[in-house]
Design a protein around this ligand. Structure first.
Ligand code: GLA
Length: 338
């Protein structure tokens, strides 16, 4: 475990305690390596990968709960909440789910039975311990007129796969808040698609309680105005909002530079300014936002070190590679007081 000299600085989650939970995504490595930082600044965790379908049920009926259980233990010992991520997704779901044991594509009824079996087992195991679940992840399409992206779920079950997932999850744990979670959530066109999807679920009395805004953003996009409009649009459905996977990349998505090996002063300043502005907005809308989770905790580990440019370092968080607070941290703290 890394030890840091962060005594005497404000605790991030305490500053926002009357507004929302402050969470971090963890994995086996960071749970250990960032232990002290996590305990000091966060009051919620989620699993980066370890609660996804392929991690929990790699083969039919063979569940692996070891790492997910360790995360829950850690959270309990440190008085933190846990967000479950994620039950139904087109990615990181093993092929067996969609195939017959002999060969060929499984039929609709069997796929729904398998979905139900997975959700029953997983959600029941953590019943009462996880305050929320991302029930369906990334089902909305990024381009074109279709609302839903093409996927095996959609091909085999039809659009009802979404409602079914929520019904099964709600039956397994009626106390957990259930979320539809997606990225590019603040893009004007995708925002409307997500809005329409969730509206139609609500109209059918599907037990959905919230929208997860992943918030994989960068120094320039989306604009503050787009974020504000998104929060207002989603909140108008009467659902709770969670910021579920926040990071502020130093690079725009189509910037494929590889020559930048340390963050420049300009980048760090811009990031700090933006973090301050965005948290000010979250606080302003805290009546609707009850949890803000970063997709990591400190710059020594981020999935953005490999995506979308392989082996390019990124520095998307409030704490640096040594776990020391960046100016971004101080601006976030100041936003809680303004
Ligand atoms: C999406 C998923 C997450 C994770 C990130 C990349 O946002 O919801 O689980 O896979 O991509 O780390």
């Amino acid at each position: 475990m890394k030890t840091v000299q962060n005594e005497g600085i404000p605790k991030l989650y305490e500053e926002f305690v009357e507004y929302f939970l402050v969470g971090a995504a963890v994995n086996k490595f960071t749970l250990n390596h960032q232990e002290q930082l996590l305990k000091q600044h966060f009051n919620s965790i989620t699993a980066e990968n370890e609660m996804k379908f392929e991690s929990l049920q790699p083969m039919e009926g063979q569940f692996q709960f070891e790492v997910a259980d360790q995360m829950l233990d850690f959270a309990k010992k440190n008085d933190m909440g846990v967000r479950g991520h994620t039950l139904v997704w087109h990615n990181q779901t093993p092929d067996w789910m969609f195939e017959k044991p002999s060969s060929g594509i499984v039929d609709r009824a069997t796929l729904l039975e398998r979905m139900k079996a997975h959700i029953d087992t997983v959600v029941t195991r953590y019943k009462g311990n996880f305050y929320a679940w991302d029930v369906v992840n990334e089902a909305v399409s990024d381009s074109g007129n279709d609302i839903l992206r093409s996927s095996k779920w959609l091909d085999i079950v039809g659009e009802e796969f979404i409602a079914k997932a929520f019904e099964y999850a709600h039956a397994a744990d009626p106390t957990a808040l259930l979320f539809y979670n997606d990225y590019n959530e603040s893009d004007a066109i995708k925002r409307e698609k997500i809005y329409r999807l969730v509206k139609s679920l609500k109209e059918k009395d599907v037990p959905i309680h919230g929208i997860g805004m992943q918030s994989h953003w960068n120094l320039d996009q989306p604009s503050l105005d787009d974020i504000r409009q998104t929060i207002e649009r989603y909140a108008s459905l009467g659902v709770t909002l969670h910021i579920t996977e926040m990071d502020l990349s130093m690079f725009q998505f189509d910037d494929r530079r590889t020559d930048c090996t340390v963050p420049t002063e300009v980048m760090l300043e811009k990031q700090a300014q933006r973090y301050g502005q965005v948290f000010k907005l979250f606080k302003e809308y805290s009546e609707h936002i009850s949890s803000v989770t970063f997709w990591g905790a400190a710059d020594d580990y981020t999935w953005l070190d490999h995506f979308p440019v392989h082996n390019r370092k990124n520095w998307p968080f409030l704490f640096d590679t040594e776990h020391k607070p960046k100016q971004s941290f101080w601006n976030v703290i100041n936003s809680s007081k303004s």
